[in-house]
Design a protein around this ligand. Structure first.
Ligand code: SF4
Length: 82
Protein backbone atom coordinates (compact mmCIF):
# COMPACT_ATOMS: atom_id res chain seq x y z
CA UNK A 1 0.00 0.00 0.00
CA UNK A 2 1.33 3.37 -1.02
CA UNK A 3 1.87 6.12 1.52
CA UNK A 4 0.21 9.42 0.57
CA UNK A 5 2.39 11.17 3.16
CA UNK A 6 5.50 10.15 1.24
CA UNK A 7 4.53 11.26 -2.23
CA UNK A 8 7.41 11.82 -4.63
CA UNK A 9 7.81 15.58 -5.11
CA UNK A 10 7.64 15.31 -8.89
CA UNK A 11 4.21 13.67 -9.06
CA UNK A 12 1.71 15.77 -10.95
CA UNK A 13 -1.20 16.92 -8.79
CA UNK A 14 -4.09 14.52 -8.70
CA UNK A 15 -5.10 11.20 -7.25
CA UNK A 16 -2.43 9.00 -8.80
CA UNK A 17 1.02 9.02 -7.23
CA UNK A 18 4.22 7.12 -6.46
CA UNK A 19 5.70 7.31 -3.00
CA UNK A 20 9.37 7.61 -2.08
CA UNK A 21 9.74 3.90 -1.30
CA UNK A 22 10.20 3.17 -5.02
CA UNK A 23 13.18 0.85 -5.58
CA UNK A 24 13.69 1.84 -9.23
CA UNK A 25 12.75 -1.55 -10.66
CA UNK A 26 11.40 0.09 -13.85
CA UNK A 27 8.22 -2.01 -13.94
CA UNK A 28 5.74 0.86 -13.94
CA UNK A 29 7.78 2.96 -16.33
CA UNK A 30 7.96 -0.02 -18.69
CA UNK A 31 4.21 -0.66 -18.37
CA UNK A 32 3.35 2.95 -19.18
CA UNK A 33 6.08 5.50 -19.92
CA UNK A 34 3.29 7.98 -20.72
CA UNK A 35 2.03 7.89 -17.13
CA UNK A 36 5.25 7.22 -15.21
CA UNK A 37 8.51 9.12 -15.43
CA UNK A 38 11.90 8.53 -13.78
CA UNK A 39 13.83 11.13 -11.85
CA UNK A 40 17.62 11.53 -11.90
CA UNK A 41 17.93 8.63 -9.42
CA UNK A 42 15.58 6.47 -11.52
CA UNK A 43 12.83 6.75 -8.93
CA UNK A 44 9.40 6.71 -10.50
CA UNK A 45 6.72 9.37 -10.27
CA UNK A 46 3.44 10.09 -12.04
CA UNK A 47 4.24 12.45 -14.87
CA UNK A 48 0.82 12.62 -16.48
CA UNK A 49 -2.71 11.64 -15.60
CA UNK A 50 -4.14 9.59 -18.41
CA UNK A 51 -7.73 8.62 -17.59
CA UNK A 52 -7.85 6.93 -20.98
CA UNK A 53 -5.04 4.65 -19.79
CA UNK A 54 -6.45 3.72 -16.40
CA UNK A 55 -6.09 -0.01 -17.12
CA UNK A 56 -2.34 0.47 -17.55
CA UNK A 57 -2.15 2.50 -14.35
CA UNK A 58 -3.98 -0.29 -12.50
CA UNK A 59 -1.62 -2.86 -13.95
CA UNK A 60 1.38 -0.87 -12.74
CA UNK A 61 -0.17 -0.34 -9.31
CA UNK A 62 -0.73 -4.07 -8.92
CA UNK A 63 2.70 -4.98 -10.29
CA UNK A 64 4.85 -2.71 -8.13
CA UNK A 65 6.92 -5.03 -5.90
CA UNK A 66 6.99 -2.59 -2.99
CA UNK A 67 3.43 -1.23 -3.39
CA UNK A 68 4.69 2.31 -3.95
CA UNK A 69 2.02 3.20 -6.52
CA UNK A 70 -1.19 4.63 -5.07
CA UNK A 71 -4.52 6.15 -5.96
CA UNK A 72 -6.10 8.56 -3.47
CA UNK A 73 -9.50 7.52 -4.79
CA UNK A 74 -8.83 3.85 -4.05
CA UNK A 75 -8.41 3.33 -0.28
CA UNK A 76 -7.30 -0.27 -0.83
CA UNK A 77 -4.15 1.06 -2.50
CA UNK A 78 -3.23 3.30 0.43
CA UNK A 79 -1.26 2.81 3.59
CA UNK A 80 -3.40 4.23 6.41
CA UNK A 81 -1.64 5.16 9.59
CA UNK A 82 -3.55 4.71 12.81
S1 SF4 B 1 7.01 -0.50 -10.08
FE1 SF4 B 1 7.23 0.39 -8.01
S2 SF4 B 1 9.37 0.04 -7.42
FE2 SF4 B 1 9.22 -0.31 -9.63
S3 SF4 B 1 9.81 1.67 -10.55
FE3 SF4 B 1 7.55 1.67 -10.34
S4 SF4 B 1 7.12 2.61 -8.33
FE4 SF4 B 1 9.29 2.04 -8.39
Amino acid sequence: MADPNRRHAQNVSGAWFVDTRCISCDTCTDVSPEIFGRDADRKAYVREHRPDEEALFRSALESCPVEAVGDLEDPVSLRVRG
